[in-house]
Design a protein around this ligand. Sequence first.
Ligand SMILES: Cc1ncc(COP(=O)(O)O)c(C=O)c1O
Length: 487
Amino acid sequence: MFNDFKVLDEDRPVYIQVKEYLKRMMIKGTLQGNQKLPSTRELGLLLGVSRNTIIAAYAGLEEEGFVYTLQGKGSYVAAVSFSSAASVPSWQTDWSSRINGYARQAVELDRMKRGIRADKKTISFTSIAPDEQLFELDLVRRAFLDRMAIEGNVLLNYGYAKGYRPLIELLMRYMEHKGVDMQGKDMLITSGFTEGLDIVMSALGRKNGGTVLCENPSHHTAIKNFKLNGFEITGIPMEHDGINLEELKQALSERSYDCAYFIPSYHNPTGIVTSPEKRIALMKLMAEYQVPVIEDGFNEELRYSGSHALPLIATAGQGNGVIYIGSFSKVLFPGLRVGWVLADKELISYLESIKRARNIHTSTLDQSVLFQYLHNGHLEKYLKKARSEYKRKYEWTKQCCEKYVPFARLSGDGGLHLFLEFEAGFDTHRLLESCSSQGVIFTPGDMFFTDGGGLNTMRIGFSRVSEEDIGTGLRIIGETAFKQLRG
Ligand SMILES: Cc1ncc(COP(=O)(O)O)c(C=O)c1O
């Protein structure tokens, strides 16, 4: 006994590791109730640790009720019953027969779970996450320490469902500077865009049985969310400057919709920015047909050149039909999981109650670090750096695609990805299979389509790939595609 103790983690206090070691022996029954434990000196020698370490471990175990001390006699294992396994029959549940349709569908739609696992040497164009090498850790650390020094105690307690007040105020001003008329509007902080969309979709009534209009292709997570929330999806094809208005009008005239979802800037996956003219025409149609709009403000900040078009919510003026969902996930730190919903005050009040019922609130610590980082004015400086870095990679990726890859159409006005379409009949899954065996992977585009189309498309995310790898990877993709086109 006691000959298998090892300090497993040099950074963790040794007395805690001893305490856990003894606890495991009690739970397993190696140490029995009322059994006398070795003296602190004796056990210290047996385990090769100091006597003080054992004293602290025994004190901890006593505090938790695992050990009792008899004056002048020593420490004993408390007669706690760990033998529940013996008194309760060990029963097995067939969980697959107990889970519901929602869970089953979530697995079916979970592409990430079934995605290709890339090893370190693989050149992967699958990610559109920001490049973590660009993160200014010192400034984030500073923001965290500043906020903790000011109100650490408050931050670690429960916060408000609506969100951390200073962040809401800052983001309201931020949105106002994008041209949004804030009258009659309010904000809810969510755990990223994804939770914001989920809360909105769960709140919307289904006069028409659950129908949503969106661009085709569209953000895969949003499509998944619509399906999981029971909505039927009508996808409208994209053109070089945004959604096809003729087809949109046709769809609107054929049936009514509960809502529409649009990504006007650096659309995922096509990278297209909807032109200012199209934004106005689109909003006129939505107003005419009275369809509430969910605007995904994704990547709006990643403007490389030219002037930015107004967000849809800004074009709506005092109208309350647009629900804007924002996130800094692609611009700043997706790990912070902070997003926001800006919409009509009354609607936000409903969403706030749903948020509270679901998870009380988004981590105040995350919100406060983001607040302080923005408050300290770091976003502007960071954006300057990130834009120039991503712009260089964007141009290089585009150049390599044009040089090596036999695509029929390329789209992407900026952001962190490009979208390629091959001639009809070309199969990018087959291309992926062949490329992955050569150490290069990308995202086949069909997962972004609402109607099973897009088999001849692919998304190339370049943000986390080095320039050298971008060149090598696209050359391999291009050569392989040429072979498959010829064969
Ligand atoms: C279209 C779109 N919107 C929003 C997001 C951000 O989602 P989240 O804030 O949940 O990370 C993404 C991330 O990939 C996206 O592609």
